[in-house]
Design a protein around this ligand. Structure first.
Ligand SMILES: [Zn+2]
Length: 142
């Protein structure tokens, strides 16, 4: 996945329409910001990054764009405890690792063939539709 190389994003042209949502210039730029730097920014952080590219942008517009992208399944909204919502363009099933030292949030993928039912005592017959896994800890210093 592209998320493995967050420092060298290769962002192709963003289509005029994704999943039935017309990608206006503003939506394109906001989506591009999320793809380019996959650090799960808040709406406010997206706004700060987008201001240079879209000088007339308002925070309310950023919220509207993010909501439209979330509703069309183009990005995910993720909530951690009582923090502001954050936004993630990684649509594959994954968890999030919080680095306590830096506050950074990293995507963590499941290993191939991993099955939650092998490690969790699920209620009999349970069918999982969605997974939210949040891990907290620290990463080794570089
Ligand atoms: Zn994520």
């Amino acid at each position: 996945m592209v998320s493995k190389t967050p420092d060298q994003p290769i962002v192709a042209e963003i289509p005029e329409e994704i999943s039935g949502l017309r990608m206006t210039r503003q939506r394109q730029e906001i989506y591009r910001i999320l793809i380019e730097q996959r650090d799960h920014p808040t709406a406010n952080e997206v706004f700060m990054r987008a201001k240079d590219r879209l000088p007339n942008l308002s925070l309310a517009t950023v919220y509207n764009c993010l909501e439209a992208l979330v509703q069309h399944g183009i990005i995910r909204q993720v909530n951690f405890e009582r923090e502001s919502s954050r936004y993630c363009p990684n649509l594959s099933e994954h968890g999030h690792f919080h680095d306590a030292a830096t506050g950074g949030i990293h995507d963590v993928d499941f290993k191939p063939g991993f099955n939650l039912a092998d490690v969790l005592e699920l209620p009999p017959g349970a069918v999982i539709h969605d997974v939210e896994i949040t891990l907290r800890g620290k990463l080794p210093s570089p």
